[in-house]
Design a protein around this ligand. Structure first.
Ligand SMILES: Nc1nc2c(ncn2[C@@H]2O[C@H](COP(=O)(O)OP(=O)(O)OP(=O)(O)O)[C@@H](O)[C@H]2O)c(=O)[nH]1
Ligand SMILES: [Mg+2]
Length: 689
């Protein structure tokens, strides 16, 4: 077991828009570091970081993969996160474990929403940031357009470090603005030094190299008064000053360096590895982590504290907990206190991971990232030495907003689905699975269509259960609008004992209470007292199914006012039946209607999308309750019929390119408009047939 010098550790999360080249970049880094002997490709199962069958099948990343490797004395822990917003929890977890977030931006597609989301999350979590402009080999690549865009979107902290020299649309060389050297790459990604473009040449090459050099110096000057003074005096910075300045600026969040790479042609990859060492902060340089009881510094001599940032449920191997050691040393076959549960965890085997490849280790120290098998800790838990109990701050995840109803394909699989689902819930904090009280359906909720699809796919491949998905039923209700007085008489004479129960009941609307309110105002013992509970029970059973479409009846008050009985033939059952009959008669006369659920919805979106959002809500029969502002842009509060919100996660994603998000909760019931009501009634009839 190696003990890593914490100053040599770099924890890097790769994040960015989906398909911007994160996994390919990870493959190129692993290949150039000599870890793989063949350059892995995403989508064909050869990528170290996209090894999950779901990822191979879909040709996208779904999970955050950990690839730990050594390269020239440096210990790199790469966390390759998925770009698709449906898997946002994985990105948040990957970023949490890192010190630097390397954000990929395609040289051909430019700055997309995914880059902004990754950057915002990195800043929120206090991580350093760096941009890799990927796919620089693509014929439509335009590095300088993207650089300008990066500066526009992310501001003056953006600082070019490696730029291509382009002539007639072709890359002539790559200039490292810190080293002030230019390189060409052979087919195996080996750098060959070449001539630096002179000022005149670079001008012909569509940009001015001295302008870029000036930009680096300017950024570095911002990092200290001393350097600023030097800058103003017109003195050139030494290479060491540039490196230390960027290193310091990154760690303080005031410099975001930009490099360019081609994963397929392996260009700029060796330089990126070198920059990891020179520019990125090591775990002991970053700000101490916050806990419920003060800060924890990355210090191996302190008692153990570690954070579980991700869990994977595997039916064969058991649970795998991804852990970042924050202080001290985590050892195999030891005890650790789980501060979130209060229980003691038996730490068994520990592993280093490189994709799916596991290497058993005996311990890991502050700053390292590793995996523990078969411990009970969940995502977000803190493990620590019992002598110094701390709890790290939790991560914040988006709320599930896209729901489907789940039904077992094979009868009898329900219990298995529920237990397998529990395992998947442990993996993913952005999923919920619960029974809808009203419709009795099992509802699976996540962040989007692909998210739910992948969960269902995992249920099948990992746990062997097959389910069908349907659009969740809407919990409609029925009520009455008129006060009526009706009789329910149950009378049967069939030899021996007969049955006799007779009630007069007043039904009236009662907005005060959703649940049935029962009263009795019987005079002179027309219905004996001992039958009142039976009458009430009969009514309680009846309101579960309305006469229009079989939905529960709400907001009704029933008063038993009169009736009659028979000395011999009356019994509880007969009065219950009489109540049923009275209910049916009452509902028919009392102007029954369908009520539809209304949800309170809060939508967060960029300012310029406000018009689209309001227009769409209008189409959905929504009522705008208020418009405010937040850091993203606008906040719209509205009340919308729940039945219109089924696809809102998808609609909002499309309207805001994935930037918007929303939450909703049941507000109340309202009479459904006649067309909706007619459809609900027709659908219920169709279901019965
Ligand atoms: N020409 C070219 N294509 C690239 C390069 N890097 C990635 N690609 C292609 O871009 C596509 C997406 O690459 P991935 O590496 O899977 O992207 P990703 O960012 O990991 O995607 P997600 O994890 O699903 O968000 C694939 O078809 C790659 O072959 C590159 O340097 N040059
Ligand atoms: Mg990927």
């Amino acid at each position: 077991m190696k003990d890593y010098d914490v100053a040599k550790i770099r924890n890097i999360a790769l994040a960015g828009h989906n398909g911007s080249g994160k996994t390919s970049l990870a493959e190129a880094l692993l290949y150039k570091a000599g870890i793989t002997d063949r350059l892995g490709k995403t989508g064909d199962g050869t990528a170290v970081c996209d090894y999950d069958p779901e990822e191979v099948k879909r040709k996208i990343s779904i999970n955050t993969a950990l690839a730990s490797f050594d390269c020239n004395g440096l210990r790199v822990n790469l966390l390759d996160t998925p770009g698709l917003f449906d898997f946002a929890s994985e990105m948040i977890e990957g970023i949490r474990a890192s010190d630097t977030v390397l954000i990929t931006v395609s040289a051909k597609s430019g700055v997309k929403v995914g880059a902004r989301k990754a950057y915002d999350e990195a800043v929120k979590q206090g991580k350093s940031t760096m941009f890799a402009v990927t796919k620089i080999d693509d014929k439509d690549a335009n590095f300088f357009n993207v650089l300008t865009e990066l500066k526009t979107v992310f501001g003056p902290t953006v600082c070019p470090v490696v730029v291509p020299v382009v002539s007639n649309g072709k890359i002539v060389s790559y200039v490292n603005l810190i080293e002030m050297k230019a390189y060409k790459y052979d087919s195996n990604g080996n750098a060959v030094e070449t001539e630096m473009p002179t000022a005149e040449i670079s001008e012909k090459f569509e940009y001015r190299i001295d302008g870029l050099i000036g930009a680096v110096s300017e950024a570095v000057a911002e990092t200290s008064d001393e350097l600023m003074e030097k800058f103003f005096e017109g003195e050139e910075f030494t290479q060491k000053e540039l490196i230390d300045g960027i290193h310091d600026g990154m760690n303080r969040g005031i410099i975001t360096p930009v490099v360019c790479t081609s994963a397929t042609e392996l260009a700029g990859i060796d330089m990126l590895l070198k920059e990891f060492e020179l520019l990125l902060p090591s775990p002991d340089e970053v700000a101490p982590a916050e806990t419920d009881s003060g800060e924890v510094k990355c210090d191996v001599t302190e008692p153990l504290s570690a954070y579980v940032f991700k869990t994977v449920a595997d039916p064969f191997v058991g649970k795998m907990s991804f852990i970042r050691v924050m202080s001290g040393t985590l050892s195999s076959n030891s005890d650790a206190l789980n501060t979130n549960t209060g229980s003691t965890e038996k730490i068994g085997k520990l592993y280093n991971l490189c994709g799916k490849k596991q290497t058993e280790i005996s311990s890991a120290s502050a700053g390292e990232i590793l995996v523990a098998s078969k411990i009970s800790a969940n995502t977000g838990d803190t493990l620590c030495d019992a002598s110094k109990s701390v709890k790290f701050n939790p991560m914040e995840f988006p709320h599930p907003c896209y729901s489907m109803a789940v039904k077992a394909k094979a009868q009898g699989d329900e219990a298995k689905i529920s237990s397998s689902m529990q395992r998947l819930l442990e993996e993913d904090p952005t999923v919920t699975y619960a029974q809808d009280e009203n419709t009795k359906e099992q509802i699976l909720s996540g962040l989007g269509e692909q998210h739910i699809e992948v969960l269902v796919s995992k249920l099948k491949s990992k746990f062997g259960v097959d389910v069908n998905l349907t659009v969740p039923k809407i919990a409609y209700r029925e009520t009455i609008r008129k006060k009526v007085k009706v009789e329910g008489k149950h009378k049967k004479q069939s030899g021996g004992h007969g049955q006799y129960g007779d009630v007069w009941i007043e039904f009236e609307p009662n907005p005060e209470s959703e649940a049935l309110v029962f009263e009795e105002k019987v005079f002179g013992g027309a219905v004996p007292k001992n039958y009142f509970p039976a009458v009430e029970k009969g009514l309680q059973e009846s309101v579960e199914k309305g006469i229009l479409a079989g939905y529960p009846v709400v907001n009704v008050k029933a008063t038993l006012v009169d009736g009659s009985y028979h000395d011999v033939d009356s019994n509880e059952q007969s009065f219950k039946m009489a109540a049923h009959l009275a209910f049916k008669a009452g509902m028919e006369k009392a102007d029954s209607i369908i009520l539809e659920p209304i949800s309170s919805v809060e939508i967060h979106a960029p300012e310029d999308k406000q018009g689209d959002i309001l227009g769409d809500l209008n189409k959905k029969r929504g009522r705008i309750m208020g418009i405010g502002a937040d850091e993203l842009g606008c906040v719209v509060n509205a009340e919308v019929p729940t039945s219109e919100m089924g696809d809102y996660a998808t609609d909002l994603k499309a309207m805001t390119q994935g930037l918007g998000w929303f939450s909703m909760e049941h507000a109340r019931y309202e009479p459904a408009p006649s067309d909706v009501s007619a459809k609900v009634i027709a659908d219920s009839k169709a279901d019965e047939e």
